[in-house]
Design a protein around this ligand. Sequence first.
Ligand SMILES: Cc1cc2nc3c(=O)[nH]c(=O)nc-3n(C[C@H](O)[C@H](O)[C@H](O)COP(=O)(O)OP(=O)(O)OC[C@H]3O[C@@H](n4cnc5c(N)ncnc54)[C@H](O)[C@@H]3O)c2cc1C
Length: 352
Amino acid sequence: MKVDYLIIGQGLAGSTLAIELLRRGRSVLVVDRQDGTGSTRIAAGLITPLTGRGMNPAWRQQYYLPKAVAFYHGLEKESGRKFYHHMPVVRVFASEKEREKWRGKTDEQHQWAHELDELDGPFQYQYGGIEMPDGAWLDTLAFLHVVQDKLMDTGSWREAAFAEEDVSFVDGQVEWQDVVADKIILCQGAYGLNGVDGYKGWFSYMHHRSAKGEILNVWIDGLDDARRYHCQGWLAPRGGGMWKAGSNYDWKHMDAIPTDAGKSDVLAKLNTWLELGPDKDVPIEVIDHEAGIRPIIRNSRPVVGFHPEIPQVGFFNGLGSKGSLMAPAVAEHFAAYLCGESELDEELGLPQ
Ligand SMILES: Cc1cc2nc3c(=O)[nH]c(=O)nc-3n(C[C@H](O)[C@H](O)[C@H](O)COP(=O)(O)OP(=O)(O)OC[C@H]3O[C@@H](n4cnc5c(N)ncnc54)[C@H](O)[C@@H]3O)c2cc1C
């Protein structure tokens, strides 16, 4: 089998890159081992216009958000399946200091949020909060299935566990199994980074600060599910009383195993701003629990490019905790570069 690009990993990075290359008339084979450890599979897919203590927009959000919306809507239209959901987000302030911080930056960030006087429900809302009308969530599993189906239609998808030692470079081409490709692009998420799951590979030299996170699937009775709620942790509705609740950051354990400590951590965060529990205002039941690793490199910015010593080996990784927002625009740029339409954006290039 001969293809232009052999792509390893079908998470957000591999999926968006494959679509962008197909749109440019290139042939691809996407390989994924489907072992359930991929970060995209468990991610809540949230797009939140202002995040963190500083309540700031993501890097290049002004430019990346419209690109992401257009990409997902385009694929929804093409496939006839819905997976990108617009949903306003409420951030409940945890303290008077947080409210004052917001008031100091209202002018600067008014495009993304406005103050919300009241919030119905069992929230500790004494300090108020803000509403972000441009929030959204990507149903990541549904998205992965749409992309997989599209790739399978043209024989461009394969389930397999890839290992670098099975690759040969012959006459400037890449050979793996029965496949001959011009280039191989590694889109393995955290599993392509040094030390995760014992991995040592072509890009092991790259420093990273990947972080494990745990997410609960919970049932909550009687909470208005027209919005998503953030304060310490977050609650994102999934319909029928089901919610995703998250998350925590763990920089020590590089695996996708859910733990009791992670579960307690998430529930403790929610309890700081919600009256949750069997005897409280809002009954909650934990239905199941998942974990994954956010691939974080260099200031949480994505990284694309080629190996400094093996020119046939490419890399798209580092989507951090904002993969849903960033992947489409970065994939579009990388595909354009691969197809000779543009220079590589230096700010996205591999760290030297
Ligand atoms: C708890 C948690 C919550 C998150 N919440 C959000 C959120 O709300 N919003 C948001 O935008 N982002 C969120 N993220 C981050 C988001 O998940 C990532 O940015 C994104 O999914 C990374 O995509 P990726 O394609 O780089 O990696 P992955 O999704 O990990 O994909 C890599 C793929 O490569 C495959 N693979 C790896 N090695 C091999 C091999 N040797 N052979 C074959 N296949 C292989 C894996 O199986 C996997 O399918 C969250 C992450 C976590 C862990």
